[in-house]
Design a protein around this ligand. Sequence first.
Ligand SMILES: [Zn+2]
Length: 580
Amino acid sequence: MTTSITSTEKQDMIEELSQDHLIDYTKQIAQYVRLSGSQDEENAFKYIKDLLESYQLSPKLTYDDAFISIPKEASLTVNNEQFECITHSMAASATELTGDMLFISKDDLHHLSDIDGTKVALIEGLATPGIVYQIEKTGFQAAIFINTEYTYEMIVSPVWGTPTPENVEKLPKIPVISVTAPSGEKLKEQAQQGSSCTLSTSVDTGIRKIPTLTVDIQSDQEEDSFILFSGHVDSWHYGAMDNGTANATMLEVARVLAKNKHLLKRNVRLAFWSGHSHGRYAGSALYCDTHWQELYDHCVAHVNIDSVGGNGATVLSQGNCMAETKNIAQKAVYEVTEQDFEGKRYGKAGDQSFWGTGVPSLFMGLSEQPPLDGTAANAHQELFGQSGKSSGFGWWWHTTEDTTDKINPEFLLRDCQVYLLSILELACKDLLPINHIAALEDIKNGLQEWEGKLQGEMTLEELQQRVDSLIQRVESINILKNEPLTEAQLQTFNHLTMKLSRYFVPFNYVADNPFQFDTLFQLPRVPALLDIDALQKVSPQDEAAFFIKTKIRRKINELSFQLNQANQEINRFYETLKKE
Ligand SMILES: [Zn+2]
C-alpha cells in the first residue's frame, strides 16, 4: 500500500494557517457591497484573483449571462403613515398598489383559499419562497412580512438558477416587502381596523453578466480527478460573515495547499460564485450547465462554505452533509473542536447545484449559533432546521449589520482548520473516504418511509431488495480494501467509489432529471417518489389515483434500473481487479 499523508504533515499544514491573513482577507472583501454583476463585486473578484496569482496559481475569471434580480426601492403607506420597508430579489415590481391588509399565520395558509385579489397578506417571519408561493396561490395580490428588529434580505423565487420554459411560471408574480417587528405591530393594529395599505416596489430583474472565478491546485501526481471547494462572493450589504469570512477561508486554504501540493493525490479546484444571493445560485447552476460532463467524470466531492467565523458561533455539530460524507465532517470537526458532528440532510439551498452530476456534497454552513430565544432566533430556526440544537448564522445575517465587528478571529481560524482537514481527507488519502454503506442505508430508510405512506397500495419491495443486495456487495468490497493494494488496484477502487456516487447521489437527491434542477421547496429522501404524497391526497377509487400509480410504477422502474446499473458497475470492478 502506498502512503497517505502523515499526521505530522497534516499538523504542519494546520499550523501554517494564519489568523491574521484570514482577518485581513475578510476586511478587504467586506469593503465592497457585492451585488451580483456589479462593479463592486468585480472589485472583490479581482482582489481574490490577484491574491491567488500571488500564490503562483493560475486563476480563470470568466463572465456569462445569468438571470439576476436586484431589489431597489420599496415604500409602504397606511393611513398617511409611511413605514420603512425593503423589497426582495425575484419579487414583482408594483406602483401604488392598494389593498386591504389581512393578518394571517402560516397555518392559515393551509386552509385559506380563494382570497379575492384585492387583499394584501400580512404575516410574521422571513420572506421565504415557499411561503410567498402559498400566499400567491391563495389569491393575495401582495405580501408584507414582519421580520425582527431588522429587515432581512431574501430571494423569494423557488426557481434554481436561470429559469427554463418549464419553470419560468414559478417566478413570483406578486410584490413582496418586509418590515421590522415594531412596524409590524402597528400594521397588525391597522389591519384589525380594516385599513388598507398602498405599496410600491422596484426590483431590477433580467439577464446580466456575472463573474465566475476558478483555480486548480494541481497535484504533482498527474491526476485528473478533483475536489471542488466552493463559496459565493456576492453579498447582501457588506457581507463580512456572509460570505467574506468564507472567501478568506478558501484563500487561506488555497495558499497552504499551493505550498504543499506534493502531498495532494488529487487536484483541488476552488470556485468563487456570483449570483447566489440575487439569482438563486445562478453562478453555481451556470457552472454545472457548462461543466456537467467534466464534473460527472472527474469531480470526487463538492465542499461548500458559507458564513463561518461569526461571533458566538459555537455549534459545529449541525452543518449539512450527505450520509456518505458525514464521516469526513465527523473526523475533522472532532479533531479541531472535540464536538460530535451530527449533520443534517441538505434542503434545497446553498449552491448545491451538482447533485444531478452524482457528486457527493459536504457542508454549506459549518458554525452556527447555540439555541437562542427571541424573534430573530426563531425566524432563523425556520430556515436552519428545527433540530433545536442551533439557531442559524447570527441575527446580523442578511442585514446591514453583517460587518467585520461580527467576526471572531479565533472561531474563524477554527473553522478554517476544519475545512482544511476535510479537504485533506478527500485529497490526500489513497482510498476515497466516501461511505457508500451509509448512503445506501439512508436510501433504505427513505424507501421505508415511502413504503409506509403507500399503505399497501403498491410496494417498493423490488427496490428494497436491490438496495439490500448492494449493501452486501459494498461490504464485501470494503473488506478487500484492507489487503495490500497496488497503485493500479487503488485506482480501480477509487474509480468504483466515484462511479457508485453517480448512481446513489441522484437516487437520493434528484426528483426529476439530473440535467435540470428541481424546483422544490423541500426535499425528502428518494425524491423521485414524491408522487406518493400526491396519491395520498386523492380517493383510491378515482381515476386520478390510477394515473398517479402508473407514474409511480414508471418511477420505480427508473430507480430499479439505476440500482441495476450500479450493480453492473460492481461486476466490472471485479473483472478489472482480477486482471491487476
Ligand atoms: Zn451565504
